[in-house]
Design a binder for this molecule. Sequence first.
Ligand code: LAN
Length: 728
Amino acid sequence: MPPAERAPWYERAATKDERTDRTRWRLLDERGRQRWKYLKTKKEADEWPQTAADRFHLGLDTQLPDQSPAHTPLEAVHNGLSFFSELQLDPGNWACEYGGPMFLLPGCVITWYVTGTDVPEETKTEIRNYLWARQNKIDGGWGLHIEGDSSVFGTAMNYTTLRLLGAPADDLRLIKARALLHSMGGALMGPHWTKFWLSVLGVYEWEGVNPVPPQLWLLPDWVPIAPWRWWVHMRQVFLPMSFIWSHRYSHPLTPLTRQLRNELYPQAYAAISFAAHRNSISPKDNYHPKTALLNTINWALVNVLPPVMSTIQKRAEDWVYELIQMEDANTDYANLGPVNAPMNMIARMIREGVDSEPVKRHRDRLDDFLWVNKEGMLMNGTNGVQTWDTAFVIQAVVEAGVAQDPKWHPMLLNALKFLDDQQIREECRDQAKCYRHNRKGAWAFSTRDQGYTVSDCTAEGAKSVMLLQALPGFPTLVDRSRLEDAIDVLLTMQNSTGGFASYEQTRGNATLMESLNAAEVFGNIMVEYDYPECSTAVVTGLALFTKTFPDYRAEDIKITMKRAVDWISNAQRPDGAWYGSWGICFTYATMFALESLAAVGDTYASSKRAQAACKFLLEHQNADGGWGESYRSCEIQEWVDHPQGSQVAQTAWACIALMEADFPEKEPIARGLKLIMKRQQANGEWLQEGIEGVFNKTCMISYPNYKFVFPIKALGMFARRHGDAALI
Ligand code: LAN
């Protein structure tokens, strides 16, 4: 074998931009566990033909037929469903690219590198392709998310990723990225997560990283800042991060990382005093500057406390490791998300060795996060959107009034089977010990394996099941006792405010805890918050349940609903809107809030709140009849028009909102729907527009199925309310 062939994958330079054969990729879906497979031989490819869904996700021609032109809303629903039903996967769920964040792949690729993982050529090729495609054309950098301005975080991390995947340093695109990075001060100016990951790789020094002490996990539970009180995503990331930090683990230098040390900084690596740069951060990355309190704590942790901390270091590491093991066991190594999964893998390698079973299990599970689209391969924000999107499809079809159409019966039945299969049936082992919330009866956002209760996913899951099972021709797969379990979980999740958060009740004080927010790039991440979206899902879920089963915990449900709706009402802003935390932005949350108000009979005719909300929406309707809101709304918390004008998904949200409020005039709604219908393609499809979702105020995330689900729902709702006369 020539030497170049024998060198490890990461030492071999890519010489040209290859592309893999798009006709060879298949999405494997095993009870919701999704992985992309590349079929190497023609024989394999012939035996496992590509489906329309594969082709759709890969950006190939779906070969789905054109429909007769739609003139009425229900015709558009029919065409939309004809297309969208073809994207359903065998186990009954829908899937999609769930990208947006630009900081996920780097964690995965650095982890592969330091764990000596053998990465298939096609994976390397397509990740490179994706990163090239997502490089900002003007300045050559990358941002926090795909539509964001270039930052040190995005640029340093993705530059490093491309190099690890074989892109040569003298590639013109990398030369440009490097110049930009240097102009921003180099990787020294990165936020905490950049410094952490680059230290793991061995191209930054640990003394330049603010402390992540595992000793915090030894704080008694009553302490107001004890980690069990943090938002689950923060504490589950902090967990392995603290273990790795405590070991100051760095991969041994290789020829490639030696080169990276030269490339990531404008100055010579040996000349850098890393300790002086713990707090250096570029203004482009500093959305949530560290507080004086946090800076003082960090100072003490570096300068005063080490002797004390070292006395409890071993105990802390052992306890943290036990928690990591519990997370792996409770999720079958799927883990909460794409940030803690690779970090857990490194922690397991540190303690048990690179060839250990846990490392192998992690390696296998990381594939669940990867997704192939027309640009290349990316890392999804979760291991999929299985339960969430499937529940929404069911509701859209039911709300559209077409669930009884025999044409959609097999699709809906399969979707129901999927939700049946995905309900979580048992509590976690050691639930209290690892600080997990109840989960028996819940639905997760993605899969049962991942297994984390989410308030609104549970509510939407239960709602969809109840809606279908109430219809003639649909079997009762999820029996009453299992629905009661779902309701029992929901009833444990209400906050003292009356609102509902995402995964758990709020466990800590927001002001105190946000003052310890060390991530710099995100806002409102340290504890759980109440959300109009989550609260609404619970209200409507409870409402449907109590209507279906009036004799189960009726009083508890009534009180819970009342308190939740009161909270939602009070969360309305003076301008009439609600701020959205998971979709962009005011259109999204206002749709949910108005649904809650409607559930208790508060609509335009009687409610000042509903009137103010409708007024807000109408003020933002564009001349073409649609709505379009930029992701900047989420950042600055004021309405910002979408630079590309009206968006199909947001237009559908606004129309649904107005209909939920029973807005008396049909004209503005009809104008919105006309826009949606005009944008529908001949085959029933809607094309991808701007990004739809958000988290932590600053990071955008794609929900590509929303452009199908919400237009279908809006069009059908309109037809039910105002008749199915031709609109276009
Ligand atoms: C999600 C995705 C789904 C989302 C909704 C169900 C839509 C929401 O209503 C409740 C919160 C939830 C479950 C949610 C929380 C935060 C997630 C998991 C994400 C936005 C997807 C990705 C994000 C996660 C935190 C990304 C990893 C990044 C870190 C900062 C750890």
